[in-house]
Design a protein around this ligand. Sequence first.
Ligand code: HPA
Length: 241
Amino acid sequence: MTTPHINAETNDFAPAVLMPGDPKRAERMAGMILDSARLVTDVRGMMGFTGTYSGSGEHYGKPLSIMGSGMGMPSIAIYATELFRFFDVERIIRVGTAGGISPDVSVGDVIIGVGAHTTSSMNELRIPGTHFSAIADLRMAAAALKAAEGTMNVFTGPIISADHFYFSIPGQLDAMVAHGVLGVEMEAASLYGVAAEHGKGALTVLTVSDHLTKKGTDMTSEERESRFQGALTLAIAAAFA
Ligand code: HPA
């Protein structure tokens, strides 16, 4: 089954797909956590890999896929729709980065985005006359949270999926802080909408890579890698939930 954006066979994907934004990160992740990883799609350079989980524990040897989503809601919606609709994928876990919003979170922290506000109109069109609630799969979120227990400090709560990286309306950031938004990224709300449309599961696990209300708190490169590992551990737990 070749779709407009995925040149793979129908059974080339595992039931769960981890989705970083960057296809090069997908390739690095495949090298880190998959045995026998093979490239299953590369249309527009958006690489997808399938192999078996190489980590120790109960999930060792289970099939798992990793594919880039690109940046922004239209991009992830295209890949998520084709994966759910044509490749029998059951769960997608976005593994990405976020800008910190809440002063409670710090650069390096991990956020499980259980719901996603959005500046996008993509979900407005789903149920006429209705403000759609873009929510994660609770079973997957619970598995991720359980995997974090005792090993890392993790935040669960609302995130915002923005269309603009370089633009915001005056007052928007203050209102986000006032409403307890943990961080901003650019994909989760449409991923959750697409998952709802297809009766499938989705989750977003984010590492806070920069901060919009607490300046000057950038991570060192070692911190970046170790914190990213934390988010990946949670995403793997959700993949096999
Ligand atoms: N804005 C949107 N997406 C992001 C950011 C940000 O500041 N940081 C990481 N992803």
